[in-house]
Design a protein around this ligand. Structure first.
Ligand SMILES: C[S@@+](CC[C@H](N)C(=O)[O-])C[C@H]1O[C@@H](n2cnc3c(N)ncnc32)[C@H](O)[C@@H]1O
Length: 338
C-alpha cells in the first residue's frame, strides 16, 4: 500500500494557494480566438496525482475562465485532461472524482474529464487542442536519473560533477516540457507552472531521510547495494533558469512572468511539534525507496522496510525536530503560445 497522496499533500496544497494568482494571470493573458473553436474548451493539469489538489486547481481555473468569458458560450463545455504517469494511483483518482464533493465534477456543471497516463515530457495531447495548461509541484521529478550519486541519495549532497549533471537534466527536461506544450497549445493559449525552487531549503530534511536509510543499513535491514541504489531523480530550478528567453522563442512561446513565490515552512515540522508525528508526504520518495530495494524482496517486505525507514526518520526527528524543518520554496511562470 502506498501512502495516500490526497491525505499527505498539504505542502503542495499550500503552495497551490500561492500559485493561484499565476493561474489567474494566465487566464487574463489567454487570447486565443474562441469563435474559431467548435469543440469544448480544453484544459489540462499535468501531474494530477490522485485528484484532491488537482481538483482545487482545476475548479479555480474553470471559474476564472468562465468569469472572463461570461458573455460567450465558449466555455459552457469544458474538457479537462488529467495527466500523470502510468504508475499513478488512477483508481484513487477515479474514486475521488466520482465520490468526493471536492471533485470539480461535483462542483461545476458542463465539465468533463479524461485521463492521460503518459509522461508530460512528451507530447500527450493533439496539436493545437489545449487552451490552458497548468502544473503544480511536479517538474522536480526528472525524466531520468542523470547520474549515479556516489555518497548520498539526493543531488544537493553530490559531487560538483554530479550536481552539474542534475542541473543539465533539469534544463533538458524543462525544454522537453515546453516543447511538448508548444505543440499542444492553440495560438494564444497559455501555460502556468509552479515548481520547486533550487536552494538549500530542503537539505536538512533530505539528509535526515537518507540518514534514516543508513540506519537501516547499519541494522542489517537493507544491504549496501540497496542503499547505493537509493538515488532520487529530483531536480530544482531557479527564477533565472525560467527567465532565459531563448528557450521560449525557439518554440514560438513568450514568457509573460517568472517569479519566486513567498516561502512557507512545511507541515512536516509543524506536525511534528504539534503531534510528535509528521505528514508522510513522500509518496514519490517512498516509491523510489521501495524501487531501490532488491527485486528478490516481496511487495509486502518492501512495504515493511519502507515503513521502517519512515519510522527511523521519526526517531531521528524526535531527538532533533529541526531536521524536519523545510521551507517549501517554489518558482512559477506563465507562458503564452504566439
Ligand atoms: C508532488 S505530486 C503533485 C500533484 C499535484 N499536482 C498537487 O498539486 O498536489 C507530483 C506528481 O507529478 C507526477 N509526475 C512526475 N513526473 C511526471 C511525468 N514525467 N509525467 C507526468 N506526471 C509526472 C507524479 O506522478 C505525481 O503524481
Amino acid at each position: 500500500m502506498q501512502a495516500d497522496y490526497n491525505k499527505s499533500s498539504r505542502n503542495q496544497a499550500s503552495s497551490l494557494q500561492r500559485f493561484k494568482p499565476f493561474i489567474d494571470a494566465a487566464v487574463a493573458a489567454h487570447t486565443s480566438d474562441l469563435t474559431e473553436s467548435r469543440g469544448p474548451f480544453g484544459i489540462a493539469d499535468f501531474g494530477c496525482s490522485t485528484g484532491l489538489n488537482s481538483s482545487d486547481a482545476v475548479s479555480h481555473l474553470i471559474r476564472e475562465v468562465r468569469a472572463k468569458y461570461a458573455s460567450s458560450q465558449s466555455c459552457s463545455s469544458v474538457l479537462v485532461v488529467l495527466n500523470d504517469m502510468p504508475h499513478n494511483q488512477w483508481s484513487v483518482l477515479f474514486d475521488f472524482l466520482n465520490g468526493d464533493q471536492r471533485s470539480f465534477l461535483k462542483q461545476l456543471p458542463g465539465v468533463f474529464a479524461v485521463t492521460s497516463g503518459f509522461s508530460f515530457y512528451e507530447q500527450a495531447l493533439p496539436p493545437s487542442s489545449l487552451q490552458i495548461g497548468i502544473s503544480n509541484i511536479c517538474l522536480h521529478w526528472c525524466s531520468q536519473l542523470p547520474t549515479k550519486l556516489s555518497n548520498h541519495g539526493f543531488a544537493s549532497f553530490g559531487t560538483e560533477e554530479e550536481q552539474e549533471a542534475f542541473r543539465q537534466q533539469a534544463a533538458r527536461d524543462w525544454g522537453s516540457f515546453l516543447e511538448a506544450r508548444s505543440k499542444e497549445l492553440v495560438r494564444g493559449g497559455v501555460l502556468a507552472v509552479n515548481m520547486v525552487m533550487a536552494g538549500p531549503a530542503s537539505d536538512l530534511l533530505t539528509d535526515a531521510i537518507y540518514q534514516a536509510a543508513r540506519v537501516l543499513l547499519n541494522r542489517g535491514v537493507i544491504d549496501s547495494e540497496e542503499l547505493a541504489n537509493f538515488n532520487i531523480p529530483m531536480c530544482f530550478r531557479t527564477v533565472g533558469d525560467l527567465k532565459e528567453p531563448s528557450q521560449y522563442k525557439r518554440l514560438g512561446l513568450e514568457l509573460l512572468r517568472a517569479d519566486a513565490l513567498p516561502q512557507s515552512d512545511t507541515v512536516y515540522y509543524e506536525d511534528f511539534l504539534q503531534h510528535g508525528d509528521s505528514d508522510r508526504s513522500g509518496a514519490g520518495l517512498e516509491t523510489y525507496f521501495q524501487s531501490s530495494l532488491t527485486p528478490e524482496r516481496s511487495d509486502k517486505d518492501r512495504e515493511t522496510v519502507s515503513q521502517q525507514m519512515w519510522g527511523e526518520l521519526q526517531t531521528l526527528a524526535a531527538s532533533d525536530p529541526e531536521r524536519l524543518r523545510y521551507s517549501f520554496n517554489s518558482v512559477s511562470d506563465v507562458v503564452r503560445k504566439l
